[in-house]
Design a protein around this ligand. Structure first.
Ligand SMILES: CC(=O)N[C@H]1[C@@H](OP(=O)(O)OP(=O)(O)OC[C@H]2O[C@@H](n3ccc(=O)[nH]c3=O)[C@H](O)[C@@H]2O)O[C@H](CO)[C@@H](O)[C@@H]1O
Length: 359
């Protein structure tokens, strides 16, 4: 009988993308049948079917950044969400349930715990989000990215973050046109969208070979185009995009990346061995993007500009210094690569097999 694994959670790319790396590994190396549980408003509705996995939807309201009424309603709906997950579990009969954090993760993990199905939590950030904090001490095992995170869980192992295998195959870039890649998280980043139009013109003039590719987020294409127009930046060496579907290719083609320091993003930069200028999202819970960035900076793999320090002058200075210095970029890329966890997906898949008694 094939191994069956249910992966629960989603919301942003930061939850869904590592979940897909785990799912592919379970399918390809263990022949497992993997299904997902998510909610209709998460990025899973796009990415999971595209990757060829089945997605079940449950209704879970929001708890963070919403009114008290909405929070109460979300809590009131929780038992129904758990019941619906228990129904899904009885039907699919997985031997393991993996919770990756985000909306659907909490009810699905609670349902699995109530039914006595082995659970594994995955937590990419230094301090777990709400869903994982609630179930942390009741899961059978957990896979985390930081040593300090192990204390929130039972049987936690530092595996690192699973990223798409293709990132590891990228080689340092030493030819082709000079390219700067700028992106926010899966939704873009407002501070980058505001500052790039103020620095792009100067950079394009200073580096006549330079191309800039800027991912602004699905909802921000028009406002960003207007901001570039207002700054009189118009060039066939500037490309503004809503979302990068082919992130591996985009990173491969870049000499330097300016981006946020979400957990998967920094794991991918490490796997790809790519130098970067990181601008942590200051409002992230427990300032966790800063912690993610600190790890790369301490290793000489990236430079960091906090939002408080972010000015056009500072950004131009950091980016120009790196665009001018290929040796420095290559050294940073090598340092990044040394931080990569090369087998996180494999380790997590083997943890699932052990929990299912298949090791
Ligand atoms: C604003 C916020 O709360 N962000 C959180 C969210 O970020 P976010 O969802 O941005 O998370 P990550 O940086 O972890 O991952 C983004 C993922 O989206 C991919 N990508 C991004 C842009 C694009 O155009 N195309 C594309 O494929 C990246 O390659 C990466 O795999 O979850 C992360 C993991 O819990 C947290 O560390 C972040 O702090």
């Amino acid at each position: 009988m094939p191994l069956r694994v249910l992966i629960a959670g989603g919301g942003t790319g930061g939850h869904v993308i590592p979940a897909l790396a785990i799912a592919r590994e379970l399918r390809d190396s263990a022949g497992a049948e993997v299904r997902f549980v998510g909610t209709a408003r998460g990025l899973e509705t796009k990415l999971v079917p595209e990757a060829g996995f089945r997605l079940e939807l449950i209704h879970v309201g929001q708890l963070k950044g919403v009114s008290l009424m909405t929070r109460l309603r979300t809590l009131g709906d929780l038992p129904l969400g758990i019941l619906r997950c228990m129904g899904l579990l009885r039907e699919f009969k997985p031997q393991v349930v993996v919770g990756v954090g985000g909306y659907a993760s909490g009810p699905a993990m609670m349902a699995a715990i109530l039914l006595g199905i082995p659970t594994l939590a995955f937590e990419p950030n230094a301090v777990p989000g709400l869903a994982n904090r609630l179930v942390g001490k009741r899961v059978r095992a957990a896979a985390v990215n930081f040593q300090q995170t192990t204390r929130y869980f039972r049987n936690a192992v530092v595996t690192g973050i699973p990223v798409r295998k293709e990132f590891f195959a990228l080689r340092p870039k030493t030819s082709g046109p000079l390219r700067l890649l700028v992106f926010g998280g899966s939704q873009g980043a407002r501070v980058l969208n505001e500052i790039l139009p103020k620095v792009a013109g100067g950079l394009l003039t200073r580096f006549p070979e330079l191309e800039i590719v800027h991912q602004v987020g699905g909802r921000n294409v028009e406002s960003s185009a207007a901001a570039y127009a207002a700054s009189a930046v118009s060039s066939d060496r500037l490309l503004v995009l809503p979302y990068l579907d082919a992130m591996v290719d985009a990173i491969d083609a870049a000499d330097l990346v300016v981006c946020r320091s979400g957990a998967s993003t920094v794991a991918e930069l490490a796997a790809a061995g790519k130098p970067s200028v990181l601008v942590p999202f200051a409002a992230a819970a427990d300032d966790h993007q800063r912690k993610n960035a600190d790890v790369l900076v301490a290793a000489g793999a990236a430079s960091m500009i906090t939002e408080a320090q972010l000015t056009p002058e500072r950004l131009i200075a950091e980016v120009s210094a790196l665009l001018e210095d290929e040796a420095m970029r290559l050294a940073m890329g090598e340092a990044a690569r040394r931080l990569a966890h090369t087998d996180a997906a494999g380790e997590i898949a083997r943890m699932c097999l052990r929990l299912a008694g298949r090791a």
